[in-house]
Write a protein that binds this ligand. Structure first.
Ligand SMILES: [Zn+2]
Ligand SMILES: [Zn+2]
Length: 244
């Protein structure tokens, strides 16, 4: 397999409103997590931290030049394996035990990490051959109704279980922007992980549908509009008639 040097591993794309997408282009799309960096006046937030194969702190030192809240949308390996690098780590209580004691089984790494996940490997031979998610115990638990105050902007925590029990979305009402994690993105959704729950899934989607959303930045795949969100949720309920 092709080897890519570590300084090529991450790609950073600036979006509107101080939002920036960080991702790992040599991980194939279905496995590639979107890391959302949101800049505030007093502190920044980073939603999810990716595969952990290459150090975010080393490759993107600007990340830690300012106070940073490293939020876990949920605790699957592709979203949390870089969290141990950051001092402030936030997660919903329902998955705090996984962030504190991650295993191949409870983070899904055992089911998904393999050669088919990569277009290329980073130049650290053991980081994928002996893949392990490092423990990153939470320093703050975040639940429904909490807010992350970044100074000049606030993100509301919505508990959106279904894909996993402690899944959260973050809602920025001022810009009508939703960060949805893995409960909703424009690609194949996973609703049959060991701790998924279909009824919770339906309730979470029904709730997101009520929000006046303009932009959705999900845990995987490209961002989309509020209109597309309604299509995707409508499609999901058509596929699950027993849950409507
Ligand atoms: Zn997930
Ligand atoms: Zn994911």
């Amino acid at each position: 397999m092709k080897i890519v040097s570590r300084d090529q591993w991450f790609e950073v794309e600036h979006r509107h409103d101080g939002i920036c997408l960080i991702h790992e282009p040599y991980i194939r799309p279905f496995y590639r997590c979107n890391l959302w960096h949101i800049q505030g006046r007093e502190r920044d937030a980073l939603i999810d931290s990716g595969s952990g194969l290459v150090s975010l702190r080393e490759q993107l030192p600007w990340l830690t030049e300012r106070p940073l809240l490293a939020v876990a949308s949920h605790t699957h390996f592709d979203h949390i394996a870089g969290h141990h690098e950051f001092p402030e780590r936030l997660v919903h209580p329902a998955e705090a035990d996984i962030l504190a004691a991650p295993t191949g089984a409870n983070t899904l790494a055992k089911d998904f990490v393999g050669d088919e996940m990569f277009e290329a490997h980073p130049d650290c031979p053991l980081c994928y051959a002996e893949y392990r998610v490092k423990a990153a115990p939470a320093t703050r638990l975040i639940e429904e109704g909490d807010v992350l105050d970044l100074g000049d902007r606030v993100l509301q925590v919505l508990h959106t279980p279904g894909h996993s029990p402690g899944g959260i979305s973050l809602w920025e009402a001022a810009t009508q922007t939703l960060f949805s994690g893995d409960i909703l993105y424009d690609g194949p959704l996973i609703e049959d992980a060991y701790h998924s729950n279909l009824e919770d899934y339906a309730q979470s989607l029904a709730r997101l549908r009520q929000l006046p959303v303009r932009n959705v930045h999900g845990g995987h795949f490209p961002s989309f509009s509020g209109e597309r969100m309604h299509e995707l949720i409508g499609q999901w309920f058509n596929d699950h008639p027993q849950l409507t």
